[in-house]
Each structure stands twice: as C-alpha cells, then as structure tokens.
Design a protein around this ligand. Sequence first.
Ligand code: BTN
Length: 239
Amino acid sequence: MQVLSLETVDSTNLYAKNNIGELSNCTVIHALRQTSGRGRFTRKWVDLGDGNLFLSFVLKPETKFSSSFPNITQYLSVVLCKVLETFGVEPQIKWPNDVLVNGKKIAGILCEAVNEGGCFKGLVLGIGVNLNAFDCDLNLVSDKVITALNLEISNSVDVYAFRNKLMSEFSQNYEKFLEMGFEFIKEDYISKLVVLNKDISVQVLNDVKTGFVKGVTNTGELVLENQEKEFVLTIGDIL
Ligand code: BTN
C-alpha cells in the first residue's frame, strides 16, 4: 500500500473521491488534520486536534463491483478491533460498523462509492480514530458519548505507528475477504457485537424498528424480532 500524506485537508474521503482517476488501487490518503470531516447520514466527523487518525483507503479492483463490498465497513471494523486489542483494550462493534471502547465511540467508518458517467470507479473507505484527545474536548461531539485511545490506556499514542498497524492488518486478509465476503469475518464480528441478544431500537430512514437482536445474517444484516415479525436490516442507526 502506498500512502499519500497531507497536512490538512477538508476531508480525506472528499480528496480521494475528487482525485480517484489519478489514484491507484490501495492508496491510502492520510491527513494530520481535517477541517470538514464527513460522517454517516450527512453527519460531521469532528477533528479533536493533533495526533488523531484520519485516513481513506482508495479501493479500485480490477474486476467490477465485488459482492463483498457492501460488507467492507464491517471488515474494517474487525481490522480496527484487532489493532486496538494490541493496546490492551477490549473493543466492541455497534452494528453496522461503529467501534466502541468501554461503551464509548472511539472510531467511525464511512464508505462512499464513486461513479462517473454511470461507471463504477472505485470505493473510498474512510476511517477516523480518536487516538489522542483531552478529556475536556470530548464534549465537542454532542450527539454521542465518545472516547479516545490515550484516555483509555493513560498513554499517548503514536499516530504513524497506529496507521501502519492498521494498514498492515487491513492488507493481510483483504484479498481473502474480497473472495469470501462477510462469512470470512462473521465469527470475529459477532464475538464483538455489542447489541446481540438485547432489545434495541434502530432508526431506518424515516422509521424506527424496535425488537430483540437475534443475530446477523451471512451477509452482515442485523436480524431483529418483535411480537409482530422479524426484520432483516441492511442499513440503520442504532438509537
Ligand atoms: C461516522 O461514524 O459517521 C463515520 C465517520 C468517518 C470519519 C472518517 S475521518 C476520515 C474520513 N474522511 C472523512 O471525511 N470521513 C472519514
């Protein structure tokens, strides 16, 4: 993997999308600071200052759209958990791909497909990880309880070392994941899933579905059950 390093950018995802024609497969766009980070559902991703991780993988497979791509954010969430574990914490995954430590969000993942003139050009898979933050800055994010790795381990974290571990863990099984899809990570993913066997509510577009989490399908969807029926959710935001 090659890395394109930037000091400050509006958003590594936007940069990657705007330059996808010139970027080769598996390039990583890494920025030290982000002024306009993007999150899921048009949310913002807040830059908590120096020493945090903002990067986007540019994925341009030789073949066309892979059937594993809808699960690529879940693949990255498992990869991130493995890296976080090496720091002695016990990460968990909030479906579909938020990563939590001690119940608090530490990272966010946003995947965007790039199409030009009806042609699929590739995927931009962005991840932000809170590695170094001050306690007093955590309330810059008002809609979620968040944390940063340095606060969990009482030690500052080297952003470059973390980035390199993440890239290496990502590459290690990427081809295998493309070949096998969600089933390749299912066991690891479920073992970290925070909502399993719990009653939850999920915002699905303009609707809220409430039920008991029975599990996850072989293609990564969440299976919810209530007295009325069973729901298989492809997208959504757990409330
Ligand atoms: C979310 O939790 O809503 C997803 C957040 C994704 C944030 C990362 S930071 C690097 C990359 N560039 C962006 O603008 N967004 C992603």
